[in-house]
Design a protein around this ligand. Structure first.
Ligand SMILES: NC(=O)c1ccc[n+]([C@@H]2O[C@H](COP(=O)([O-])OP(=O)(O)OC[C@H]3O[C@@H](n4cnc5c(N)ncnc54)[C@H](O)[C@@H]3O)[C@@H](O)[C@H]2O)c1
Ligand SMILES: CC(=O)[C@H](C)O
Length: 258
C-alpha cells in the first residue's frame, strides 16, 4: 500500500475528528479509534463516502493497554503498516482540588496518562518492527504548560503527557521515531463546552459569560477551531517536521492564564 497509515484515538468528534479528516486529504488511510461506537462509525462512514476504503473504525478504551496493542495489530492487518499514532483521546473534569473525587482522578489518569503511555508503547513496538521510523503525536494542553484553576487532575495529566513525550523522543530518536505534542488553549469542541459550563456553574456565572472571559484572554481574539489544531498536526507528521522531536507546540492564540 502506497498511502501512509495513521491511528487517531478519540477521533469520533472534536479535534481528533478534524485531524482524521484532514489526514485523509493528505492521502492517509486512517483508523478512527474511539470509545463511542456511534460517533466512530459516523466519522468513518463519512470519510469513506468521500474516499472509499480510506477509513476504518475501531472501538476501544485507551485505558486498556491490551486494547491499544490489539488496535495496532488490527490496523496493520487491515492496512499493511503504521506510520503515525496520534494519542488524542482525553477526558477532563472540573472541580476544586479539595472536592476532586478520587475515582474521577483515577479514571482521568488512566485515560490521559496511561492511555498515552500505552499508545507510545504500542506504536514504538510496531515502528521498530517495521524498521523505517514513525511519528508519535500526543495531545497535551496549555493546561499542561501552566496549571489551570479547577483543572488540577487534568493539568497534572497534561504536564505528565509532555514529560512522557520528551522522554520517549530521547529514547526513540535512534529508531527514526519522532515524538511531539500539541498544546491547544481554547478549542471549540464538546469538551470545551463542558469545561466552560461546569466552570460557570462553580463560579455562579452563565456559560456565555465564562466563555467570553476566556476568549478575552486570547491575543488573537478568538477561540481555536479543531481545524487549527489539525493544521499543526498535519505539519508535524509531514517530512517538513523530520528534524522536530520532543517538542510541545502551543496553539493558544497568544493566550496566557493569569
Ligand atoms: N478542546 C480544547 O479546548 C482542548 C484544549 C487542549 C487540549 N485538548 C485535548 O485535545 C484532545 C481532544 O480534545 P477534544 O476537545 O476534541 O475532546 P472531546 O471530548 O470533544 O473528544 C474526545 C474524544 O475522545 C473520546 N474518548 C474519551 N475517552 C476515551 C477513551 N478512554 N478511549 C477512547 N476514546 C475516548 C471521546 O469519546 C471523544 O470522542 C484531548 O486530549 C484534550 O485533552 C483539548
Ligand atoms: C481543555 C483544555 O485543555 C484547554 C485548557 O481548553
Amino acid at each position: 500500500m502506497s498511502n501512509k497509515v495513521a491511528i487517531i484515538t478519540g477521533s469520533g468528534r472534536g479535534i481528533g475528528r478534524a485531524i482524521a479528516e484532514r489526514l485523509v486529504k493528505e492521502d492517509y488511510h486512517v483508523a478512527i479509534a474511539e470509545i463511542d461506537q456511534v460517533t466512530a462509525k459516523a466519522v468513518s462512514d463519512g470519510i469513506n463516502q468521500v474516499r472509499k476504503g480510506f477509513a476504518k473504525y475501531y472501538v476501544l478504551d485507551v485505558a486498556s493497554r491490551q486494547s491499544v496493542f490489539d488496535l495496532v495489530d488490527h490496523v496493520v492487518n487491515e492496512f499493511g503498516r503504521l506510520d503515525v499514532f496520534i494519542n488524542n483521546a482525553g477526558v477532563a473534569f472540573i472541580d476544586t482540588m479539595v472536592a476532586s473525587d478520587p475515582d474521577k482522578i483515577e479514571r482521568l489518569f488512566d485515560v490521559n496518562i496511561k492511555g498515552t503511555f500505552w499508545g507510545i508503547q504500542a506504536a514504538a513496538t510496531q515502528f521498530k518492527k517495521q524498521g523505517d521510523g514513525g511519528r508519535i503525536i500526543n495531545a497535551a494542553s496549555l493546561a499542561g504548560v501552566e496549571g489551570s484553576a479547577l483543572q488540577g487532575a487534568y493539568s497534572a495529566s497534561k504536564f505528565a503527557i509532555r514529560g512522557l513525550g520528551q522522554s520517549a523522543a530521547k529514547e526513540l530518536a535512534s529508531d527514526g521515531i519522532t515524538v511531539n505534542a500539541y498544546d491547544p488553549g481554547i478549542v471549540l469542541t464538546p469538551l470545551r463546552d463542558y469545561i466552560d459550563e461546569r466552570t460557570a456553574q462553580i463560579k455562579g456565572v452563565t456559560p456565555e459569560v465564562q466563555r467570553q472571559k476566556v476568549v478575552n484572554e486570547i491575543a488573537l481574539g478568538r477561540a481555536a477551531l479543531p481545524e487549527d489544531v489539525a493544521d499543526v498536526v498535519t505539519f508535524l507528521v509531514s517530512s517538513k517536521a523530520k528534524y522536530i522531536t520532543g517538542q510541545s507546540i502551543l496553539i493558544d492564540g497568544g493566550m496566557r492564564f493569569h
